[in-house]
Design a protein around this ligand. Structure first.
Ligand code: NAD
Ligand code: UFG
Length: 336
């Protein structure tokens, strides 16, 4: 298939490009590089041994986007482009609402004009807000207890996409709710490259391991979890990337939603210990108060994706730590 990949220069996008090409698809990337570096695309090209058409475009720019559509015939769109920092979204809500919502509206508008039939959207576990039950299922309530504008944009966009699919019966929408993506390609040449001090646990731990940061702050040890620290469903980014290929292979009218997760929860302390083992060093940490807005535990059932997409998360948390460590230790300054 010819596939438009928005945000393809980013963390999940780059790993997905590899899986798309391995499976015979032809991706075209648009990205404004607001949170990425064109070097990431060059590194993907080196891994797959083929060139990837890339356009430095803001998805909100309809005129520029139309030029890309007019030169290609896309069978599907995988829409990663968006801003993703929970904390930043609280301090810059308008930027988040306008970037994430406007870009998707513009993209949908152009996609409709050019008759694209399939749309895969990067949603997030954040839409479940305060989990109603664990493990979470796709049928659980969404929108209740979302504590930040980033999460609201994902919740609103799920609704917008479902409405567009209702209005256009031959337009298929797949909402993929990612849990916590971690790890990197096993080559060690691509990976997560946060602009500032990382907000997420694994990139923070790996920067402590490489000596860029002093110690990990563990946000709370008084949750109702086995060791009191937060529990999450960490999924290897390569497994996540494969989930997009599985979703492209699956055809069903209307809107379908899938959790991309492992079904297993790992605590903050378990993750720190696993990373220390892989890096061959002790990771210093200290327990600090809970981070506002965090839930104690969040993990989900992958059963629907297993059954309907034939997709399974295969990589372990140890492999994710090994791959992140390879990326971090070989590229201490990321792509810079
Ligand atoms: P990322 O920041 O590495 O990648 C997103 C890419 O989109 C970046 O390259 C950025 O430059 C680009 N971009 C942003 N706004 C754009 C615009 N208006 N026009 C063109 N390009 C634009 O993030 P990621 O971790 O790869 O996440 C990809 C998607 O998955 C995002 O939508 C994110 O919200 C979602 N998601 C991520 C996580 C996670 O923890 N990484 C979890 C759940 C969902
Ligand atoms: N944590 C620490 N110290 C840190 C960073 C995180 O103890 O320095 C803890 C958190 O309290 C949490 C766990 O590690 O218990 C994971 O935190 P992350 O920030 O890595 O991930 P979250 O689950 O909080 O956030 C992720 C995505 C968001 C998404 C959210 C809800 O990063 O985009 O899941 O789905 F909104």
């Amino acid at each position: 298939m010819n596939i438009l990949v928005t945000g393809g220069a980013g963390y999940i996008g780059t790993h997905t490009l590899i899986e798309l090409i391995k499976n015979g698809h032809s991706p075209v990337v648009v990205d404004n590089l607001s949170n990425s570096n064109a070097e990431s695309i060059r590194r993907v090209e080196a891994i797959v041994g083929t060139s990837i058409p890339f356009h430095k475009i803001d998805v909100q720019d309809k005129e520029e986007l139309e030029k890309v559509f007019s030169r290609n015939t896309f069978d599907a769109i995988v829409h990663f482009a968006g801003l993703k920092s929970v904390g930043q979204s609280v301090s810059h809500p308008l930027e988040y609402y306008s970037n994430n919502i406007d870009s998707t509206l513009v993209l949908l508008d152009v996609a409709q004009d050019y008759g694209v039939k399939k749309f895969i959207f990067s949603s997030s576990a954040t839409v479940y807000g305060t989990p109603e039950e664990l493990p979470l299922k796709e049928t659980n309530r969404t929108g209740f207890g979302i504590t930040n504008p980033y999460g609201q944009t994902k919740f609103m966009l799920e609704q917008i996409l479902a409405d567009v699919a209702i209005a256009n019966p031959d337009f298929e929408v797949t909402l993929l709710r990612y849990f916590n993506p971690v790890g990197a390609d096993s080559s060690g040449t691509i990976g997560e490259d946060p602009n500032d001090i990382p907000n997420n646990l694994l990139p923070y731990v790996s920067q402590v391991a490489v000596g860029k940061l002093e110690k990990v702050s563990v946000f709370g040890d008084d949750y109702d979890t086995p060791d009191g620290t937060g529990v999450r469903d960490y999924i290897h980014v390569v497994d996540l990337a494969k989930g997009h290929v599985a979703a492209l292979n699956h055809s069903k009218p209307g809107t379908e939603v899938y959790n991309l997760c492992t079904g297993t929860g790992t605590s903050v302390l378990e993750l720190i210990t696993a990373f220390g083992r892989v890096a061959g060093k002790e990771i210093p940490y200290e327990i600090v108060p809970r981070r506002p807005g965090d839930v104690g535990a969040c993990y989900a059932s992958p059963e629907k994706a297993n059954k309907e997409l034939g997709w399974f998360a295969e990589k372990s948390i140890e492999e994710a730590c090994e791959d992140s460590w390879r990326w971090q230790s070989q590229n201490p300054s990321g792509y810079a």
